[in-house]
Design a protein around this ligand. Sequence first.
Ligand code: AP5
Length: 215
Amino acid sequence: MDILLFGPPGAGKGTQAKLLTEELRAPQIATGDMMRAERQSGSELGKKFDEYMSAGKLVPDDLVIELIRKRLSQDDAKGGAIFDGFPRTVPQAEALDALLASMGRQIDRVIALDVPLSAIVERVVGRRVCLDCGQTYHVSYNPPPSDGVCVSCKGKNIVQRKDDTEEVVSTRFEQYEAMTQPVLAHYQARGIVKVIDGVGELEAVTARLREALGR
Ligand code: AP5
């Protein structure tokens, strides 16, 4: 099954995708995480990603599509995937459709998490992430352990993302409204979109998500 988790920055896509991977036996494919890993490696490509990410701007489509093409050729993604933060433009959606079609697949369901801007800013500014494994925390709703040791990988690299400031978040939200929201219409035409309320306890949102997936 190929599922797309859709929503503005900080909507909870990554948090929910991680919770679903085991149940759906499909990997989370998060372009933001992949780009941050490339940036951590210090490569030239990572430096290019950083130019856009630090400013809250979208990375050019050709770079993103190449990243996804390589990722989909890996063994763990052969039976389906949970896409998180991709596609973010209509050309990315068209490229994904073509890539999946070449593998005899298609996006089966798009779940859009509906979260208002006021909640987004609070979530994003309070977010902390583990640089080693990507585990996400929130200073109020899901605080990182006081000893700074990640519950998931036991690493000691829990930090605030540099694009998680109020200023950068407003640019990210503008980019979302201008370039990413039209992606929903692309899939709505196929009747596979379900919009769910993304506000509330994590578990309540997961329950809504599972219901929308018919599970
Ligand atoms: P990316 O990493 O994809 O960021 P994003 O889409 O802006 O999404 P976030 O990771 O901010 O949020 P999320 O929805 O995953 O929320 P989370 O679960 O963490 O992209 C970053 C940058 O990379 C982009 O700006 C762009 O430059 C580039 N990029 C990436 N993909 C690209 C693409 N396809 N094309 C072009 N450029 C691309 O939750 C947020 C916080 O809220 C956490 O602290 C969490 O603990 C908390 N939380 C979650 N759920 C709840 C809840 N129910 N109640 C309370 N708190 C909650």
